[in-house]
Design a protein around this ligand. Structure first.
Ligand code: ATP
Ligand code: MG
Length: 417
C-alpha cells in the first residue's frame, strides 16, 4: 500500500471544517486590519532562500526541499513565506513610494525537511502577515496585535507574548564581538554547527536547540545591553505602543528568531500550557535590499496553522462540523424520480438537500440519514404522494409531520431559523 510521506498530514473531509474556521477568521481579520492576500508559487529559485533566509539558518542548512528541474535549474519548495512575498513585492513593483505601507497576508504550505515529532511536520501551513514600507514601531505593534487577535479568535488559552530586539547591523557587530569573547573558551563543548556559526553569525548560536549549546549560552551577554540609541528608542516605542493597546508582553533576551533577515524587533507567541511556539515574527529592514529591491522597512510574522489548531479551544474547534444536508429525501423504490426533483427544488431555494444515490431500502436510507446527522428526513411513499405531500421526520425531536410539497420550502426555512 502506498502511504503518505513522513511528516505530512491529510486534512480529511471530516476535519476540513476546522481549517475553514481558521480561514474564516483570517478573512475577518484581514477586513478588520485592511490586509490583502498575496499568493506566490509553491516553489522558487533556490537562490531566493540562500540570499533571503541566510546560510547560517537551520532552514537553509538542513531543511530545504531542493531539487534540479529538467532544465537543471535549482528549485526549492517554499520553506517559509517571507522571502517569497519580498521577491514578488520587488518583482511587481509594489514598492513605489506613494502606496506604502503595503499591508499583506498569506496562507501557504511550507516545506521543511525536519525530524518529524510533536508539532514538527515536513509540510505545514502558515498564516502570515507582512507590512512593508513603515519603519515605525507602531507598525511592529500593529503586526503583533494582528497575531494576538488571531490567537484570540481561536480562543487559545494561556498564550504569552515574548519580545526582544536584536538591533541593527551596528549593534550586532558590537554584540557579536562580546558574544565571541564570551563563547571562545567553550567552543569545544558546542555542536559542529554552532562552531561554524561562531565565525559566521554567533547570534544564531542563541537559537540552537542542542542542550549542550543551550547550557553554554545560558549566561551569555544580552543583546539588549548592546543596542544603539536608535534601536533602543525603537524598542522603547514598541513597548509604549503595546501598553497603549493593552497588550501584555515579556521581554526575553534570548529570542533571536530562526532567520538571518531580522533587524530590531523580534517576537514570539507561546502557548504555555503545551509549550508550543505558535507564532514568530519581527522586523527585517534589510531583507528587500538583500534580494535586489530598494531599501524598504518591513515587519511581519508567520503562524503555524497546525499548531494553532493544536492549541485552539477544543469546543470551538469541535463546533466546526462537516457539511450535512438539512433535508434528506428517502424515497420508496418507485419514487426516486420525485426525490430527485424535490432535491433539486430545495437546492434551488438555497436549502442543503440530498437523496439516496445507491438504491438502498427505505430502512437503510433512514439509518444512513441518522448516521450523517441530518435534521430532516423527507419520506416519499404512496400515501404521501397521493396527497402531494412528504412525511417530514424531524430527527432532533423524533416527530413526523405530513407537509404539502407546495409548503415544503417554507416549512423547512421556518424550522431552521
Ligand atoms: P523552531 O525554532 O520551533 O524551529 P522556527 O523558527 O523554525 O521555529 P518559523 O520559521 O518562525 O519557526 O515559523 C513560524 C511558525 O510556523 C512557528 O512558530 C510554528 O508555529 C510553525 N512551524 C515552524 N516549523 C514548523 C514545522 N516543522 N511544523 C509545524 N509547524 C511549524
Ligand atoms: Mg525551525
Amino acid at each position: 500500500m502506498i502511504k503518505i510521506p513522513k511528516g505530512t498530514k491529510d486534512v480529511l473531509p471530516s476535519n476540513s471544517a476546522k481549517w475553514h474556521l481558521v480561514e474564516e477568521n483570517i478573512k475577518k481579520l484581514a477586513k478588520k486590519y485592511a490586509l490583502n492576500e498575496i499568493r506566490t508559487p509553491i516553489f522558487e529559485h533556490t537562490e531566493l532562500f540562500l540570499r533571503g533566509v541566510g546560510d547560517t539558518t537551520d532552514i537553509v542548512n538542513k531543511e530545504m526541499y531542493t531539487f534540479l528541474d529538467k532544465a537543471d535549474r535549482s528549485i526549492t519548495l517554499k520553506p517559509e513565506g517571507t522571502a517569497c512575498v519580498a521577491r514578488s513585492f520587488i518583482e511587481n513593483g509594489l514598492d513605489s513610494a506613494g502606496v506604502m505601507p503595503v499591508k499583506m497576508y498569506y496562507e501557504t504550505p511550507v516545506f521543511r525537511y525536519e525530524n518529524p515529532q510533536s508539532g514538527r511536520l515536513r509540510e505545514h501551513h502558515q498564516f502570515g502577515v507582512e507590512i512593508y514600507g513603515s519603519a515605525s514601531a507602531y507598525t511592529d505593534a500593529e503586526v503583533i496585535s494582528i497575531a494576538k487577535d488571531m490567537l484570540e479568535s481561536m480562543q487559545v488559552a494561556n498564550v504569552k507574548l515574548y519580545i526582544n530586539s536584536i538591533g541593527c547591523a551596528d549593534c550586532r557587530k558590537k554584540y557579536n564581538e562580546a558574544l565571541r569573547t564570551y563563547l571562545a573558551n567553550s567552543l569545544d563543548s558546542m555542536c559542529p554547527q554552532c562552531k561554524e556559526r561562531f565565525d559566521k553569525n554567533p547570534l544564531r548560536i542563541l537559537d540552537c536547540k542542542e542542550d549542550k549549546c543551550k547550557l553554554v549560552t545560558k549566561s551569555a551577554p544580552r543583546i539588549l545591553d548592546y543596542l544603539c540609541g536608535d534601536c533602543k528608542d525603537h524598542f522603547d516605542k514598541l513597548k509604549h505602543t503595546l501598553d497603549l493597546m493593552n497588550i501584555l508582553y515579556t521581554v526575553k533576551a534570548d529570542i533571536v528568531r530562526g532567520l538571518d533577515y531580522y533587524t530590531g524587533t523580534v517576537f514570539e507567541f507561546v502557548a504555555e500550557d503545551v509549550g508550543l511556539t505558535v507564532c514568530g515574527g519581527g522586523r527585517y529592514n534589510g531583507l528587500l535590499e538583500q534580494i535586489g529591491g530598494k531599501p524598504t522597512p518591513a515587519v511581519g510574522f508567520g503562524m503555524g496553522i497546525e499548531r494553532l489548531l493544536q492549541v485552539a479551544n477544543a469546543d470551538l474547534i469541535d463546533s466546526a462540523t462537516p457539511n450535512v444536508p438539512t433535508i434528506y429525501f428517502a424515497p420508496m423504490q418507485e419514487y426516486y424520480d420525485k426525490a430527485i426533483s424535490l432535491t433539486a427544488m430545495l437546492r434551488e431555494a438555497g436549502i442543503s438537500a440530498d437523496t439516496d444515490h445507491i438504491g438502498r431500502s427505505l430502512k437503510a436510507q433512514m439509518k444512513y440519514a441518522g448516521k450523517l446527522g441530518v435534521r430532516f428526513v423527507g419520506i416519499l411513499g404512496e400515501d404521501e404522494l397521493k396527497q402531494d405531500a412528504v412525511s417530514i421526520k424531524d430527527m432532533q425531536i423524533g416527530e413526523t409531520q405530513l407537509v404539502k410539497i407546495a409548503d415544503l420550502i417554507n416549512y423547512i426555512e421556518k424550522k431552521v431559523n
